[in-house]
Design a protein around this ligand. Structure first.
Ligand SMILES: [Fe+2]
Length: 200
């Protein structure tokens, strides 16, 4: 069974003005689609073809001859996760266990937002900024290129794509402004909280 591009969980213009329909048209319709197409071509006829996406990521990560498979599989997973990390009218503050964990491990929401923004802005080149859970503790992390927290034994709670293709049409070189808009207006805290609940 071939891997498929999942539909966006909202309309292409639903995140405006913080992320434009044009950006989502390219980012989902072209970039994410290309990772899906490349992955299907790379695993066709191999034992990986019928594995889950997570199984393919883990198997390819431990085999240096499968860097292309890893890069495309992880980018498929990361992008699907990223779309769900945003919603129209997002931002605001988390509640419940997630808010308590951010207070306990990351110095509160305001400090988390400052540190997450700095991490995303400071990730040299292409990559991802993450909020992860590891051994019951929350951390801010970044990964280069297609890197994904599952290969480090971490559970992803939230991510922001900081590849230029995620923001260049709307923000040009101003990556920090994009990450700030993500935090203030787009974050789907309910999705992050559901990932924390699954990590326990
Ligand atoms: Fe992307």
């Amino acid at each position: 069974m071939a891997f498929e591009l999942p539909p966006l969980p909202y309309a292409k213009n639903a995140l405006e003005p913080h992320t434009s329909a044009q950006t989502l048209d390219f980012h989902h319709g072209k970039h994410h689609q290309a990772y899906v197409t490349n992955l299907n071509n790379l695993v066709k006829g191999s034992p990986l073809e019928n594995q889950s996406l997570e199984q393919v990521i883990m198997a390819a990560h431990s085999d240096s001859s499968k860097a292309g498979v890893f890069n495309n599989a992880a980018q498929v997973w990361n992008h699907t996760f990223f779309w769900n990390c945003m919603k129209p009218g997002g931002g605001g503050a988390p509640g419940g266990d997630l808010a308590a964990a951010i207070d306990r491990d990351l110095g509160g929401l305001a400090k988390f937002k400052d540190d997450f923004k700095a991490a995303g802005a400071g990730r040299f080149g292409s990559g991802w900024a993450w909020l992860v859970a590891e051994k019951g503790k929350l951390k801010i992390a970044t990964t280069p290129n297609a890197g994904t927290p599952m290969t480090d034994g971490q559970t992803a709670l939230l991510t922001c794509d900081v590849w230029e293709h995620a923001y260049y049409l709307d923000y040009q070189n101003r990556r920090p402004d994009f990450v700030q808009a993500f935090l203030d207006h787009l974050v789907n805290w309910d999705f992050a909280a559901s990932n924390l609940a699954k990590a326990k």
